[in-house]
Design a protein around this ligand. Structure first.
Ligand code: C5P
Length: 232
């Protein structure tokens, strides 16, 4: 199972992301492309970064009726991304349709990861706005189990939750974990963070790291530091 550091390339234009990636002459980091860059530049940016030899996590968090998600996933699988995601709240039927759409004729497919509850949704909002009365940890674990039963490969979660997810869903159910900071770095707007070394101990499979690398004076050195701490 490929443990890796994924760089969140939260840029708004092709020019910015390419000048960032141009700094990496010896390495080909795994890259996360989110909605901002995708909506700004379209599928061509995915193809271009892929053609440069990077693995791609396309973070578009699909959530729609099963048929629409199935057909959209079919398009993403043709773009040859390595990992993509959806909201587990779309139900098992939607997740199963997503797998069907994603699976290519030869049986291969990109990894499919579920978002359980967004970290911006706290227990109080879940109760008052979504009318979900259970404790948030229970909801997150329940959605993770739903994702596993539907055949997904893992969930996005806090590195602090990675151990619990593995206990509930098995060691080979992947945990893709943002909220990573160096011990001596800025926390920024992330509330619950941990270091790459600690994320490794808890059992994260992939750490997603944005600003500690993208905003560093020397992004390549910051990436190498992350890899050294997380992969060893
Ligand atoms: O810059 P930073 O390391 O905080 O970036 C983390 C990345 O992970 C961002 O792209 C952010 O949108 C994403 N993310 C997150 N928390 C989640 C889900 C995704 O920080 N729960």
């Amino acid at each position: 199972m490929g443990k890796d550091v994924i760089i969140a390339c939260d840029f708004s234009s092709r020019a910015e992301v390419m000048s960032f990636l141009d700094r990496f002459t010896d390495e080909k980091p795994y890259v996360k492309i989110g909605m901002e860059l995708y909506y700004a530049e379209g599928p061509e940016i995915v193809r271009e970064i892929k053609a440069r030899g990077h693995k791609i996590f396309l973070d578009l968090k699909l959530h729609d009726i099963p048929n629409t998600v199935m057909k959209s996933m079919r398009v993403l699988s043709k773009m040859n991304v390595d990992m993509c995601n959806l909201h587990a709240a779309g139900t098992a039927a939607m997740m199963e349709a997503a797998i069907k759409g994603l699976t290519r004729e030869d049986g291969t497919r990109p990894l499919l990861i579920a978002v359980t509850q967004l970290t911006s949704t706290d227990e109080e909002r879940m109760r008052s706005e979504l009318l979900i009365d259970k404790p948030i940890d229970e909801v997150v674990m329940h959605y993770a189990k739903n994702a596993k039963s539907a055949g997904l490969d893992g969930v996005v979660c806090s590195p602090l939750e990675a151990g619990k997810v593995h206990e509930a869903c098995g060691c080979d159910f992947l945990t893709v974990t943002p909220g990573v900071r160096f011990a001596d770095g800025d926390v920024g707007d992330q509330a619950r963070v941990t270091t790459p070394a600690r994320a490794k101990e808890i059992g994260s499979d992939y750490i997603v790291v944005g600003r500690p690398i993208t905003a560093a004076d020397d992004p390549v050195a910051a990436y190498k530091r992350c890899m050294a701490e997380f992969i060893g």
